[in-house]
Design a protein around this ligand. Structure first.
Ligand code: FMN
Length: 207
């Protein structure tokens, strides 16, 4: 459990790599996750996010799995659902092709989805290690949209069923840069002087 004093489910969220390969989510549970993304804020309310929903056996899953990076090919297919996140970049009011706000908004919508998952007793692990172009073209993603990441969601599984490497990752120490290196005040690089003493910058997984 993260010892830092932030609210749930932010506090207990982390990215496990051992999912239960037999667990399935209902369509209505998956819909609820998508609704969490749907109600995220966005620039001009343009909602540039799209998600391809990959569940074991469907076309999106079959398009994704062969294109996962080696490090992701063991654990991602075990998740109950994988959302492939896509930003529509060429929206009418943006500078044509300017991805700034679409990428910001997609990331925020995805964050909401992962926190909804945690609140539903599920875990989520985002990943970028896959061939985005190959997956996008297999699934008909148009030229004005950019495949950005995957979000694997499911319940924790038995570490004995996965590779040693994936099982070990359950016990890694999570760490973060201290806030003095993140929050600036009078100028870039000068820590914001209001920073109160804050919690630890490392946390154990497997809570
Ligand atoms: C956009 C993005 C891409 C990521 N890519 C991968 C990946 O390809 N493989 C992986 O195992 N984890 C990936 N991660 C997970 C991060 O490594 C993880 O979130 C980070 O180490 C912090 O750990 P925590 O989520 O447990 O706090 C990714 C996360 C994000 C947000």
């Amino acid at each position: 459990m993260n010892p830092v004093d932030i609210v749930e489910p932010l506090r207990s969220r982390w990215s496990p790599s051992v999912f239960d390969a037999t667990h399935e989510l209902t369509d209505s549970e998956i819909t609820r996750l998508l609704e969490a993304a749907q109600w995220a804020p966005s620039s001009g309310n343009r909602q540039p996010w799209r998600y391809l929903v990959a569940v074991r056996g469907n076309a999106a899953h079959e398009a994704l799995v062969p294109h996962l990076s080696r490090g992701n090919s063991g654990w991602v297919p075990r998740a109950s659902v994988v959302f492939i996140s896509v930003a529509v970049v060429d929206t009418e009011d943006d500078e044509p092709g300017d991805p700034t706000y679409p990428l910001h908004d997609l990331g925020q919508a995805s964050a909401h989805l992962t926190l909804q998952a945690k609140a539903m007793g599920l875990d989520a692990h985002q990943f970028a290690g896959f061939d985005h172009d190959a997956v996008g073209s297999a699934l008909g993603v148009p030229a004005n949209a950019r495949v950005v990441a995957g979000i694997a969601v499911g319940v924790r599984g038995n570490p004995a069923e996965v590779s040693e490497r994936d099982a070990e990752r359950e016990h890694r120490v999570r760490s973060r840069r201290p806030l003095v290196e993140t929050a600036y005040g009078d100028r870039w690089g000068a820590p914001w002087p209001g920073l109160a003493p804050s919690g630890p910058t490392t946390a154990e997984d497997s809570a």
